[in-house]
Design a protein around this ligand. Sequence first.
Ligand SMILES: Nc1ncnc2c1ncn2[C@@H]1O[C@H](COP(=O)(O)OP(=O)(O)OP(=O)(O)O)[C@@H](O)[C@H]1O
Length: 325
Amino acid sequence: MEAKAPALLSVKDLRVEYLTPAGPVCAVDGVSFDIGKGEVLGLAGESGSGKSTVAQALLRILRPPAVITGGQVLFEGEDVLAMSEAQLRQLRWRKISLVFQSAMNSLNPILSIGEQIVDAIQAHLPMKRSDALDRAVALLKLVGIDSSRLTSYPHQLSGGMRQRVVIAIALALEPPLMLMDEPTTALDVVVQKEILHQVSELKEKLGFSILFITHDLSLILEFSTRIAVLYAGKLMEMAPSRELYTAPKHPYTQGLLGSVPSVRGPRRKLVGIPGSPPDMRRLPSGCRFHPRCPSAMDQCKATVPELRQLGPDHIEACHLDSQSP
Ligand SMILES: Nc1ncnc2c1ncn2[C@@H]1O[C@H](COP(=O)(O)OP(=O)(O)OP(=O)(O)O)[C@@H](O)[C@H]1O
């Protein structure tokens, strides 16, 4: 059996609340996961399940009214939640970088691509401008952009190219971990896949790890090593991608997969999950998924299911499976 890579990032019992005037909303409730070196952990779940809140908590870039109210985040053994602002400046970009959906629109319109990459490098590393420029050329090449584009302005590039530039900037300091929050959602399907394939190749070459967030389960299945499924702020199931696809245990995971077209195998009828996620201010009792669950039992309304180990790398929180021997 392949030895498990030591955790680069370890998240334990993370809890984030939005302190709204109407009372606290617990958007991330006791979420735990590890990311190993070179691993891609996909965070799946419908809109509002807490995926972006998790990513922002890891970098400590949550904005009020969000506050981290519990848990532990260890990156390379260092306690991120205890870091000072100065330590966080060393962590962001250098150790953990972030690519988000609208990043391609946040490039500076009046600076050339080359200038922006050079500025990003020089903001963090004591490097001569000519060396930084060489690095910018190499970075653009890595993401499949010709060096002749160095003098182009963002508006002269397609959306896909702009997002590639953002990925190049995110990789400029060779961080061990990249957080990708809906990195390609604004782009057309073909460009999305091209970019994600390229990122996968870069990951193999450079050895970084990825936390990959998207609501698109088919992309998560294709590009992640392991997948964590969130529902209303709670971790429902986590397993290696293949195992999650072939043997999903949680009715919520099964429901999510029911809305993904099958690439191989027989055509199957797409069935979504009836209803919609709960209002986070008025969560259902017991298992948060029970009002939408086709297999809900009385117990599901009464008690919150604990996460249980189903296999060496497979965990799930559901009363149904705690009943089977
Ligand atoms: N500014 C805010 N004020 C109050 N509650 C918020 C705020 N932002 C987010 N939330 C709550 O946090 C929950 C999680 O939001 P988050 O954006 O992390 O989810 P997500 O899974 O990333 O969804 P999406 O895919 O739509 O971005 C939401 O359901 C909402 O209840």
